[in-house]
Design a protein around this ligand. Structure first.
Ligand code: IMP
Ligand code: MG
Length: 180
């Protein structure tokens, strides 16, 4: 598995430090608000588990599964809700937790749906962002790192459902997916 990685972008230590910093900021901003923290599976499962343990205020946790990719490395632009959240959203302060913001298509669609259900506020927290690839403008409230236009895996992020269990984030060798 490790032979397929071209370069480590963020080590376990770098990720831990950044997640702690983000958790501290979120704790401050949501003190006493009992936010509903919603993660978009599967890519964000590792980030969500680490981030929520750095959030030191009462909150609720829920999960959604959406799909826009198939097994490729570029978005198809089609977004499908495969599993919806179980919580009522009306009047709640929502924090959406994502692994990576790429074209922005998935997130802008999701935010629209959740807004329509009457949330009091919706904020977005994403570990990674690829600004060069943005097709739809999406406001990010909490950002871990901006990255260049490379396909990355690990810390929950996959290529064709593999590499999610790498403890760091690395750039996948383009030869693995037949690119460049
Ligand atoms: P968007 O709708 O193009 O912003 O799609 C975002 C989703 O695409 C993310 O939640 C990831 O699941 C996937 N994605 C985008 N770029 C990468 C990458 O470099 N590695 C792994 N998954 C990615
Ligand atoms: Mg994702």
């Amino acid at each position: 598995m490790k032979n397929d990685i071209q370069e480590v972008l963020f080590s376990e230590e770098q990720l831990r430090a950044k997640v702690a910093e983000m958790g501290a900021q979120i704790t401050k901003d949501y003190e006493g608000k009992n936010p509903l923290i919603v993660s978009v599976l599967k890519g964000s499962y590792v980030f969500m588990a680490d981030l929520t343990r750095q959030i030191d205020t009462k909150c609720n946790i829920d999960f959604m599964v959406v799909s826009s990719y198939g097994n490729g490395t570029k978005t198809t632009g089609e977004v499908q809700i495969i599993k919806d959240i179980e919580s009522q959203i009306e009047g709640r302060d929502l924090l959406i937790v994502e692994d990576i913001l790429d074209s922005g298509v998935t997130l802008s669609y999701l935010m629209k749906i959740l807004k329509a259900r009457g949330a009091n506020s919706i904020r977005l927290c994403t570990l990674l962002s690829k600004p060069e690839r943005r097709k739809v403008d999406v406001h990010i409230d909490y950002l871990g790192f901006e990255i260049p236009d490379e396909f990355v895996v690990g810390y929950g992020l996959d290529y064709a459902e593999c590499y999610r269990n790498l403890p760091y984030i690395g750039i996948l060798k383009p030869s693995v997916y037949g690119g460049k």
